[in-house]
Design a binder for this molecule. Structure first.
Ligand code: CEZ
Length: 794
């Protein structure tokens, strides 16, 4: 019912009702679309701020992508109504809005396309969606197949939602010359100053047909009639009325009449998207449909191919073969794709949050390190000369800091050494450290070394009398906005994260001949750790912070929000926790935060506002930062577990981040294992009924950390200055695994085996024992055969 195809290129679902919210997503340089198995879609494009061309039937608030996206009967979608002209029977593919259960159904999520095959009686509808690489348009194929032994007379009605475009001006009509339905609108605005921007918007939505339609309808109301969207009156008529829409809600529906012989197939192709004007639609029509020649040149097909090639560039640096096939499938096929999406699109925003921008580019270091490098330099060029990093990084000349980026958060500096450190490990490119970069408020250029020194010193300066880092209106946890808004509250986690950043930076400085600076920051890390232990250790675990009114929170005394995951994992990373504290932490996390779906971000979830903590406590218990299995935080914890050698613990939690492998688990999460969502519902001990549900939101900082858990942790194939250090951390029940690791232009074919008689891991490179498990002098274009022998564990 649910599983990967043999070639692993698709993940398939064979019921439209068992996982009704299962989705796949596609993106390109300017847009993204997430479609669910039943035909509903959420799409946005950049102009340069995110905008829509397929709307809900009411005025929509502008917002970024949301978790647990709700769908409703009139939700924007892409459907094909099918009517038997003889019997009058109607169904719709893929499933909505008629909801007639098909005889056979398949939803196939691919990497560069998403497909459906729906059979009702003897009629099959195949739909497929792909995108061009650079244009904003959905490319649809709709195929009709007559499986019966008789001639069949049917009508099909491809239906594309346009929805409520604008309260100022909206209309639509069929344009004969363009063979398109063109809907027009004016984006609502009120300030005359905005006219200069909105006049350039792509305020039209079009549906372009390759083949001339028999008929059409452009008024949603006329199409639905009294039947409503589930059985539109217009479909029951002989012919659509060729209506238009005049300040009425537009829709794009075509009708094609088919007289099909037994076994006959017929395919139609469409383009759906936004445009500035008719001229643009005309040129799109030429490019995709008309520009053909005798040699089989076909713009549509070429664009599909170009898109497939673009997506295929998102390859990671490991191919794995382990006893866990589902993990293999995810890691080899879907994880790098999601990481690439983050790195290449910056989540389709013009002002990504600084921490997201840096972490997403940490992931890009494993795919296209040159892009990561440029991004790190770009981010540093927006640093202030006092060392502080801004809340968001502006990517476009007209971009401005919006929404959450207008709220002061204090953690952005810590991500610099952490993320650039990962880049250095992967590439060995220490030249980045000597690049000269200006500041936002000072054009004078200084080295990256100097930039990061200043960032670290800013973290040291932004502390209270005790030496704890101020939180202001948030740290990594965005909505923790009232701990320190009066200027006194501090973040325990941020103090730990700073200590960890100091250690990473000290290591990098030491390796690059800056020993003085290195010892300065090592000292700072030690100092921070003492302070952390003095003020935040609560007996069995670490507290999260101290409020403006000097109240420690995230501790055993609290009724809700007793324990937070972040301080536990990061105390291991920054080495604040000694062995005995570590044991206590592991136990407390397992008892209070672990669930069948991963570790929760905090517990118990807050059930009412805590005014000295903030907005996070107002989110619904068990969702997002209020106690969901927030995968980004869970990934930090797992990374920390690998760092302290808790291999079995780490693997168990790593595995819980993926839906499955058993069906019950996939159904409960409600999501196919083709991406990791930002959270699964938590509050497992408070609200078990909803626990485990996926947020279906594929924007998440989890991915690059998950990847590092695999490269540095599970497979222990971590870059160091002069080579690749090999020290796998397989779970004790795995006897073997193999990995192809692409590293600095070379390919390492690595076999890992447990062998009796082996006491400590031994690494052989092309037959020779490698000192310290390090493959030195890795040469570009070389292939290395590596054998790793590990002890057998009972
Ligand atoms: O946003 C993410 C942020 O993009 O939340 C993370 C944070 O580290 C990321 O930078 C944890 O707080 O209420 C809010 O503002 C939320 O915090 C969301 O915007 C949240 C979304 O869930 C998107 O993933």
């Amino acid at each position: 019912m649910i599983g990967a195809t043999e070639d692993n290129n698709y993940y398939e679902l064979t019921s439209p009702t068992s996982l009704p919210k299962a989705t796949g997503f596609l993106w390109n340089e300017k847009m993204m679309i997430q479609v669910n198995c039943r035909g509903y879609a959420v799409a946005q494009f950049m102009q340069p701020e995110p905008a829509k061309y397929s709307h809900g039937p009411n005025m929509e608030a502008k917002s970024f992508m949301q978790p647990e996206q709700p769908y409703y009967i009139n939700h924007p979608g892409r459907f094909v109504f099918v009517k038997d002209e003889v019997s009058g029977e109607v169904f719709s593919a893929p499933y909505e809005p008629v909801r007639k259960l098909p005889d056979q159904y398949k939803f196939s999520v691919g990497k560069h396309d998403i497909k459906w095959r729906v059979q009702s009686g003897d009629i099959v509808i195949e739909m497929s969606l792909s995108l061009p690489k650079a244009d904003v348009a959905e490319m649809w194929r709709v195929k009709v197949i007559n499986l019966s032994k008789q001639n069949r007379k049917i009508s099909i009605y491809p239906y594309f939602t346009v929805g409520y475009m604008s309260w100022m001006n909206q209309s639509g009509e069929y344009n004969e010359e363009l063979q398109s339905i063109v809907c027009s609108s004016v984006s609502p605005y009120q300030k005359y100053q905005d006219y200069a921007t909105i006049k350039n918007f792509s305020d039209k939505t079009y549906l372009l047909a390759e083949e001339k339609p028999y008929s059409w309808e452009v008024s949603e109301e006329a199409f639905e009639g009294e039947g409503g969207i589930t059985m539109p009156s217009a479909v029951l008529e002989e012919e659509l009325a060729k209506g238009d829409s005049r300040y009425e809600m537009p829709v794009c529906v075509f009708q094609y009449k088919l007289d099909m012989k037994p076994g006959e197939e017929k395919e139609y192709r469409f383009l759906f998207g936004p445009a500035k004007d008719e001229k643009e639609i005309d040129s799109i029509r030429f490019k995709y449909f008309l520009d053909k020649d005798q040699n089989g040149k076909d713009g549509f097909r070429l664009a599909e191919k170009e898109y497939a090639d673009y997506i295929a560039e998102g390859k990671g640096c490991i191919q794995i073969n382990t006893p866990d096939q589902d993990l293999d499938n995810f890691v080899n096929h879907w994880l790098p794709r999601q990481m690439y999406y983050h790195g290449i699109t910056n989540r389709l925003t013009t002002d990504p949050q600084t921490r997201n921008y840096l972490q997403d580019n940490m992931g890009m270091s494993y795919i296209k390190p040159q892009i990561a490098r440029a991004a790190f330099l770009h981010a540093l060029s927006q640093q202030n000369e006092n060392g502080a990093m801004p809340d968001g990084i502006l990517l476009h000349k007209d971009a401005e800091l919006k929404y959450i980026n207008q709220v002061p958060h204090t953690d952005h500096c810590v991500w610099l050494p952490i993320c650039i450190g990962a880049y250095l490990e992967e590439t060995g490119d220490s030249t980045i450290l000597n690049e000269l970069v200006p500041f936002a408020d000072n054009k004078e250029k200084v080295t990256v070394n100097e930039h990061i020194d200043r960032a670290m010193r800013w973290l040291i300066s932004d502390r209270d009398g005790r030496g704890l880092n101020y939180i202001k209106q948030g740290d990594w946890c965005d909505p923790m906005n009232m701990v320190g808004y009066k200027g006194k509250g501090v973040s325990g986690w941020l103090t730990m994260a700073s200590a960890y950043a100091f250690i990473i930076w000290a290591d990098i400085c030491e390796q690059n001949g800056r020993s003085l600076v290195s010892s300065e920051f090592r000292l700072e890390a030690d100092k921070s750790n003492k302070i952390i232990n003095k003020y935040l250790w609560d007996g069995e675990w670490y507290g999260r912070g101290i409020t403006d009114d000097n109240v420690v929170f995230g501790i055993s005394k609290d009724k809700e929000g007793k324990i937070f995951i972040n301080p536990q994992g990061w105390s291991l990373l920054c080495k604040a926790a000694d062995e005995s504290k570590k044991e206590k932490i592991l136990k407390s996390v397992a008892e209070q935060l672990e669930t069948p779906y991963g570790v929760e971000k905090l517990a118990p979830s807050y059930t009412s506002m805590r005014e000295d903590v903030g907005r996070v406590t107002q989110k619904h218990p068990g969702t997002a930062e209020n106690g969901a299995v927030y995968n980004h935080a869970a990934a930090f914890y797992i990374y920390a577990l690998y760092t302290v050698g808790e291999n079995d613990n780490a693997y168990r939690l790593l595995r819980k981040m993926l839906p499955g492998p058993d069906m019950e688990d996939i159904i409960r999460r409600g999501q196919l294992p083709v991406f990791i969502p930002n959270y699964y519902r938590g509050a497992y001990r408070q609200f078990p009924r909803t626990a485990g549900r996926s947020s279906h939101l594929f924007n998440t900082g989890t991915i690059s950390w998950y990847y590092r858990c695999l490269t540095d942790g599970l497979f222990g194939l971590k870059g160091i200055k002069d080579g690749l250090s090999i020290n796998p951390k397989l779970p004790s029940h795995w006897q073997e695994a193999s990995v192809i690791r692409n590293f600095r232009g070379a390919e390492l074919q690595i076999e890992i085996k447990r062998e009796s008689g082996i006491e400590a891991t031994e690494v052989y490179v092309d037959g020779k024992l490698a000192d310290g498990g390090i493959v030195k002098d890795v040469k570009k274009d070389m292939v290395y055969k590596v054998l790793v022998k590990m002890p057998v564990l009972e």
